[in-house]
Write a protein that binds this ligand. Structure first.
Ligand SMILES: Nc1ncnc2c1ncn2[C@@H]1O[C@H](COP(=O)(O)OP(=O)(O)OP(=O)(O)O)[C@@H](O)[C@H]1O
Length: 281
């Protein structure tokens, strides 16, 4: 179990997170939603131990996160960051083996090699095994990074999988696949926390949704409880219709189209058009 209690995070006098408390149990998938700048990445980085809260604490399996040794923690939790940078010319196979570094001293053993092979297969990247990581497309790199973090906890049931915008560069097929894998992990007893901007993926795959607003916890509940037009308006200042998928009974969120005031829009751009004309004549 992971328990966050009264988390605050301050930079100077500015609170990025304020009084956040929640729990997640093995077997659950929690989606974290919130507007840009709401504090989602800050929260994920505190839960991973990369940032220390200004006050409050995080218990992972009844032990404070800060009291884990780095290698011990690396076997209990993994994080798929929003931006992953690999600048050296590693092969895909080598990138995945990095996920196993906490598990071996000098050479990977058969368990590590099996984890790499199985994670590649699950993520549909086996055909990329010998490719140079730097030669891959953005979406392919993201899938390789996903496989790498899964390798890290492949044989560590009940551990914690943290993901910050895991589907940002992915096409619809791989968005669904990424979330389906995350759900399969949660169903095997892992705890999964995913920061998402895609509300409908949260509706489809999350057991619970934690909504943040201005660094505070706004709501924590099931998708049906949380994804109402009024809650979504309060968080995203966006009007939506919420339908129900008759087959799955999950909510489907449909944003209403925004119509700009065209006269105001044109008046803002008119001076630029004049400049352009002067340059080209
Ligand atoms: N070191 C810092 N100093 C000052 N402000 C910061 C610092 N780091 C983050 N912030 C601010 O804290 C707020 C929360 O940042 P965070 O990255 O957690 O947001 P987020 O919810 O993940 O946003 P997004 O959806 O845009 O990725 C933002 O307004 C950000 O500009």
């Amino acid at each position: 179990m992971l328990t966050a209690t009264a988390l605050n995070y301050k930079v100077g006098k500015h609170y990025l997170l304020r009084d956040i408390s929640f729990q997640i149990r093995p077997g659950e998938l929690l989606a974290v939603l919130g507007a840009n700048g709401a504090g989602k990445s800050t929260l994920i980085n505190i839960l991973s131990g990369e940032k220390k809260p200004t006050s409050g604490k995080v218990l992972l399996f009844d032990k404070e996160l800060s009291s884990y040794l780095p290698q011990e923690l690396a076997k209990k939790r993994t994080i798929l960051q929003q931006h992953n940078s690999v600048h050296l010319n590693f092969s895909v196979n080598e990138v995945l083996l990095m996920g196993r570094y906490p598990h071996f001293r000098f050479r990977p053993d058969i368990k590590d090699l099996i984890a790499v092979e199985e994670a590649m297969e699950v993520c549909g990247i086996s055909h990329l095994v010998d490719r140079s990581y730097l030669s891959l497309s953005g979406g392919e790199q993201q899938r390789v990074q996903y496989a790498r973090v899964l390798c890290q906890i492949w044989d560590q049931p009940e551990s914690l999988l943290l993901m910050d915008e895991p589907v940002a560069a992915l096409d619809p097929q791989y968005q669904q696949q990424t979330m389906a894998i995350a759900r399969a992990f949660s169903q095997r007893g892992y705890m999964v926390i995913a920061v998402l901007h895609e509300i409908n993926l949260a509706a489809q795959y999350a057991d619970r949704i934690l909504m943040l607003k201005g660094g505070r916890k706004w709501l924590d509940g099931t998708p049906v409880e949380v994804l109402t037009p009024s809650h979504i308006y309060a968080i995203f200042s966006t009007e939506v219709d919420v339908m129900v998928n008759k087959r799955t009974l999950q909510p489907i969120v449909i944003p209403k189209q925004i119509n700009l005031d065209i006269n105001r829009f044109n008046s803002l751009f008119y001076p630029v058009a004049i400049d352009h004309t002067e340059v080209t004549t």
